[in-house]
Ligand binder design. Structure first.
Ligand SMILES: N[C@@H](CCC(=O)N[C@@H](CS)C(=O)NCC(=O)O)C(=O)O
Length: 207
C-alpha cells in the first residue's frame, strides 16, 4: 500500500486525534511536522484554508480532520473506529460535531491556546469569562459518559479519538483541572483513554 504522510504540528489537538486513529488502526505513517501553514505553498499543496492536519496517501490528498478520520477508518485494516449500529454511529458523529463546534472553542481556542501557545493573545478577563462555558460544556460530556466507557458506547470510536487529547490538555492547565473538578465520568475517560497504547504513541513533545 502507498505511504501515508500526515502533515501538521503534533501539538494541535486535531493532528493529535488523527494520529491516535492511525495508531489505533496500526497504520505506519510519517508525520511532516515542520510546515509553514501560513504560506501559499502550504495552501496549494495541502490545505486551501491553511490549517492542519492534512493527509497524503498515494494519489489521495485530504484536509479536514473529520474526512481524514473517516478515511483512516475505512481504508485501513485494524479495529473499526466507527460503530456498525446506526444509532451508535449517529451518536459518535453527534459528539464529534459537538467537540469541534463547542468544546474545541471553550477548551482549546479560549484556554489552551492563550495559555500554552500564544500568551497575551487574550486578556485575563476574556479567559476568565470563558471558564463557566467550558465547565458547562464539560458537564455535558461528563453526562454523556455516564452511560458507558466511551462516547458512542462500548468501544473506542472516532469521537473518543477527538475527545482524548482535549481532556488531556485540560489536565495540564490549572484552570482546566478546575473546570474538570468532580466530573467523575470524564476522569474515568481521561484515565482509560490515556492508558491506551495509541495515546502514548501519539503523544507530542511537551514543553
Ligand atoms: N476544521 C479543521 C480545524 C483545524 C484547525 O483548526 N487546526 C488548527 C490547529 S488545532 C490550525 O491549523 N491552526 C493554525 C492556524 O490557524 O494558523 C479540522 O477539523 O481539521
Amino acid at each position: 500500500m502507498a505511504d501515508v504522510e500526515l502533515v501538521g504540528f503534533p501539538q494541535s489537538s486535531y493532528v493529535w486525534s488523527t494520529r491516535i486513529a492511525l495508531e489505533e488502526k496500526g497504520v505506519n505513517y510519517t508525520l511532516q511536522a515542520k510546515v509553514d501553514v501560513r504560506s501559499e505553498e502550504y495552501a496549494r499543496e495541502h490545505h486551501p484554508f491553511k490549517k492542519v492536519p492534512a493527509l497524503r496517501h498515494g494519489e489521495v490528498t485530504l484536509f479536514e480532520s473529520l474526512a481524514i478520520l473517516h478515511y483512516i477508518d475505512e481504508v485501513f485494516d485494524g479495529p473499526k473506529l466507527v460503530p456498525a449500529d446506526p444509532v451508535a454511529r449517529a451518536r459518535m458523529r453527534q459528539w464529534m460535531s459537538a467537540t469541534a463546534d463547542y468544546l474545541y472553542d471553550s477548551a482549546i481556542r479560549k484556554l489552551a491556546v492563550p495559555r500554552l501557545v500564544a500568551p497575551g493573545m487574550m486578556s485575563e478577563e476574556a479567559i476568565a469569562e470563558n471558564l463557566p462555558t467550558l465547565r458547562k460544556h464539560l458537564e455535558v460530556f461528563d453526562g454523556a459518559l455516564a452511560a458507558g466507557p466511551w462516547l458512542a458506547g462500548d468501544s473506542y470510536s472516532l469521537a473518543d479519538c477527538v475527545l482524548t487529547p482535549i481532556v488531556f490538555i485540560l489536565g495540564q492547565l490549572p484552570e482546566g483541572q478546575e473546570a474538570r473538578e468532580g466530573l467523575v465520568n470524564l476522569d474515568r475517560f481521561a484515565e482509560q483513554s490515556q492508558a491506551r497504547p495509541s495515546f502514548a504513541a501519539a503523544m507530542p513533545p511537551m514543553g
